[in-house]
Design a binder for this molecule. Structure first.
Ligand code: SF4
Length: 259
């Protein structure tokens, strides 16, 4: 039993049941009221991006995060996952925070990234400290990248691809694709591209949580999955959701854009 009734957490949230990571405790290195991101994806559950940035800076100190995690010593989860109110790699103390969490927790540590900063060596160095780097690759061309991910003006598709390809430890690399109407016809091309990258896993998603964009049906997603045959692939419809009791329901809903 965890003594959490009176505790308020600012930077950690969950645990939630994640179809890709099991019971997962979330870490939000940005922890702002509004998301901060280098993309404005059409399907984003957090709404429109108002604060665009790709400039790395410190939002929260490592000590503050560690203090919250230490207060949950009896909590058992499958994974500690960096995600939250935007793109976590823009936190410049990302590496320091992963190292500190490793000293006090034994679970696998994962990060969900939009891949936009992966062409930077300092970012790849920080990502190498994780057990799993779940990197976004929604499209196979510049044109649809601009339409679906709507990045900051200077971010190009070639830069995203280069960053992913240059990430050395492919055993840690997982590619996540959010399929919507706009990119569903690119499944074959994306599968060919991803085969060359050879990640440890491919995660096929469609926006099942509240979003401005409608999800693709189970039938279409399973059709898409066939193109990825031979790769280690899971899709959001493969996993049955389990109920997990969170520390604070409100903090999860806020980070899902449901408040
Ligand atoms: S990268 Fe993630 S947080 Fe940023 S706009 Fe896209 S879905 Fe939203």
């Amino acid at each position: 039993m965890i003594d959490t009734e009176e505790k308020k957490f600012k930077y950690i949230y969950g645990p939630v049941f994640s179809w890709r990571l099991g019971v997962s405790l979330g870490i939000d290195l940005l922890s702002r009221e509004e998301k901060i991101c280098s993309f404005d994806c059409v399907y984003c559950q957090l709404g429109k991006t108002k604060n665009f940035t790709e400039e790395r800076k410190r939002f929260v100190s490592a000590e503050e995060i560690v203090k919250e995690i230490e207060s949950l010593s009896s909590l058992e989860v499958d994974s500690i996952t960096f995600s939250g109110m935007g793109e976590p790699t823009i936190a410049e103390n990302l590496g320091e925070i992963v190292r500190k969490i490793r000293e006090i927790r034994r679970e696998k540590i994962a990060i969900l990234t939009n891949s936009s900063l992966m062409d930077r060596e300092d970012v790849r160095r920080d990502l190498a400290l994780f057990d799993l780097v779940i990197a976004k690759l929604d499209t196979s061309s510049e044109e649809s990248f601009q339409k679906i991910n709507r990045p900051m003006r200077d971010i190009k598709f070639s830069q995203i691809l280069k960053g992913i390809e240059e990430f050395k430890d492919k055993t840690k690399l997982v590619l996540q694709i959010m399929f919507v109407e706009e990119n569903k016809d690119q499944a074959k091309k994306l599968a060919e591209l991803i085969r060359k990258i050879s990640p440890s896993q491919v995660q096929i998603n469609t926006p099942l949580r509240p979003s401005k964009v409608r999800p693709l049906s189970e039938k279409i997603i399973y059709k898409i999955k066939e193109y990825f045959k031979g790769l280690n692939t899971i899709c959001v419809y493969d996993v049955k959701k389990e109920k997990v009791s969170p520390l604070n329901e409100e903090e999860i809903l806020r980070r899902r854009g449901e408040l």
